[in-house]
Design a protein around this ligand. Structure first.
Ligand SMILES: Nc1ncnc2c1ncn2[C@@H]1O[C@H](COP(=O)(O)OP(=O)(O)OP(=O)(O)O)[C@@H](O)[C@H]1O
Ligand SMILES: [Mg+2]
Length: 364
C-alpha cells in the first residue's frame, strides 16, 4: 500500500478528511490518493460515508476537518478551480422535470461558459453516446430511472472534465443499462484519459471497473488496494454449509479444516485451507458425526470476503429482508418478469445477491 501514501502523482488526494453532522461522524479521517488516469472504486454499504466524501471532494460540502485537493486545487480555498475541472453525477441530483434532455445539456454548457457553436454538437454527441437521442426532446419527468442516470452522466461530461465523480451510477439500473454505463466509463477512461472515482455498493461493479478500490465502513477506510491482491490476501476459498442438525457439532467438525469465516445467518463458514480437494473429507467427517448437509457451496475469495474479513459483516445481501434470507434457493422455473430471474446466469453484471455466483454443490 506504499503507493497510497505518496500523494505526489495523485489527482485526487484527501488527508484526514472528516465530516460531522451534529454528533454523527459521517466521515472519520479518510485518506485517499487517486492517480491520474485510473478508475478508483469507493465501495461500502448504506450510510458508510461514500456520498459525504464525494460531496466534500466535489466542493459541495465543507469538511469538518482534514484537507483535500482535486486536479491540483484545494477543495475549500480554490473551490471554483476544482469545479471547472471536475464532472459530478450525484446520487440524488435534482433535475427540473419540465425541461428536456437537450435543454438541460445546453443549460449545463452555458453554466460552464461553453460557446454555443461548440455546445450544440457536443450536446448532441453526448446524448447519442448515452443512448438518449430519441428521447432528447422529451421532458425529463417522463424518463425512466435508467434514462435519468444516463442523462446525469451526459450532463457531467459537457465541459469535458479531467476528473469524473460518479456516485452510485448504476444503483437501480437493469443489467443492460448497468453494462452500458460500465462501457461508457471504460471508454471515458481509456479513450479520453478521464480519471474516474465511482462509489458503489456492488462488489461486482468495483471488481469489473476499478483498478484500485477503497472499502469504507462507518466513515473509515478499512481496506485499500488492487481487487485481485485484496482477494489473494484472503487466500483460501470459503466453504459454506447449511446443516439440518445442531450447528455447534457441525462447527466443531468444520474447525478441523480451517478457520471460521463470517457468512450469512443460518450457514456455517470456514476458509477451507486445503481447497476443493478437501471437500470429500469434510463431507465424510460430517457424515461420520451424523450430520446431514442440506446445502453446501465453495467460493473462491471475492471482494465480499475481503469486506467480511475487514468488518466481520457481509456486504452482499445486506439490504435483503429476513424473508429473502429464509427463502428457498432459486428454482429454474422462474418467470421472465421476475427481475431477479433476468440476472440469473449472466456473468459480471448482477446486482448484489445473497448467494454467490458459483454453482451450489448439492450435497444431499
Ligand atoms: N445532511 C446530512 N445531515 C445529517 N446526516 C447526514 C447528512 N448526510 C449524510 N448524513 C449521515 O451520514 C452518514 C453517511 O451518509 P452517506 O450519505 O455519506 O452514506 P453513503 O455511503 O453514501 O450511503 P448510501 O450507500 O446509502 O448512499 C449516514 O449516517 C447519513 O445518515
Ligand atoms: Mg450515498
Amino acid at each position: 500500500m506504499t503507493g497510497d501514501t505518496g500523494q505526489g502523482d495523485a489527482i485526487i488526494s484527501a488527508t484526514g478528511l472528516v465530516r460531522r453532522f451534529g454528533d454523527l461522524v459521517a466521515v472519520d479521517g479518510v485518506d485517499l490518493a487517486v492517480r491520474r488516469g485510473e478508475v478508483f472504486g469507493f465501495l461500502g454499504p448504506n450510510g458508510a460515508g461514500k456520498s459525504t466524501t464525494v460531496r466534500m471532494l466535489t466542493t459541495l460540502l465543507r469538511p469538518s476537518g482534514g484537507t483535500a485537493r482535486v486536479a491540483g486545487h484545494d477543495v475549500v480555498s480554490e473551490a471554483g478551480e476544482v469545479r471547472r475541472r471536475i464532472g459530478v453525477a450525484l446520487q440524488d441530483a435534482a433535475i427540473d422535470p419540465l425541461m428536456t434532455g437537450t435543454e438541460l445539456v445546453r443549460l449545463q454548457a452555458v453554466l460552464f461558459g461553453i460557446p454555443n457553436s461548440i455546445a450544440q454538437k457536443r450536446g448532441a454527441d453526448l446524448l447519442d453516446r448515452v443512448g438518449l437521442t430519441a428521447a432528447a426532446d422529451r421532458r425529463v419527468g417522463t424518463y425512466s430511472g435508467g434514462m435519468r442516470r444516463r442523462l446525469d452522466l451526459a450532463l457531467s461530461l459537457v465541459h469535458e472534465p479531467e476528473v469524473l465523480f460518479l456516485d452510485e451510477p448504476t444503483t437501480g439500473l437493469d443489467p443492460m443499462s448497468r453494462m452500458a454505463l460500465w462501457e461508457e466509463v471504460r471508454y471515458l477512461n481509456r479513450e479520453r484519459g478521464t480519471t474516474v472515482l465511482l462509489t458503489t455498493q456492488y462488489l461486482e461493479e468495483a471488481d469489473q471497473l476499478a483498478g484500485r478500490i477503497a472499502i469504507i465502513d462507518h466513515g473509515r477506510i478499512v481496506k485499500k488496494g488492487v481487487p485481485r491482491a485484496l482477494k489473494d490476501e484472503v487466500g483460501s476459498p470459503t466453504l459454506m454449509i447449511e446443516v439440518d442438525a445442531d450447528q455447534r457439532v457441525a462447527a466443531e467438525v468444520l474447525a478441523r479444516y480451517g478457520t471460521e469465516r463470517t457468512v450469512d445467518s443460518g450457514m456455517l463458514g470456514i476458509g477451507l485451507e486445503g481447497g476443493a480437494q478437501q471437500l470429500t473429507s469434510v463431507v465424510r467427517a460430517l457424515d461420520d458425526a451424523g450430520i446431514t448437509v442440506v446445502h453446501m457451496e465453495l467460493n473462491a475469495p471475492t471482494l465480499d470476503d475481503v469486506f467480511a474479513e475487514a468488518t466481520g459483516r457481509r456486504l452482499e445481501g445486506a439490504d435483503e429482508t429476513e424473508s429473502d434470507v429464509d427463502a428457498p434457493p432459486p428454482t429454474p422455473d422462474r418467470t421472465e418478469d421476475d427481475p431477479s430471474a433476468v440476472t440469473e446466469g449472466q456473468s459480471g453484471d448482477e446486482p448484489p445477491r445473497r448467494r454467490r455466483r458459483s454453482a451450489p454443490l448439492r450435497a444431499s
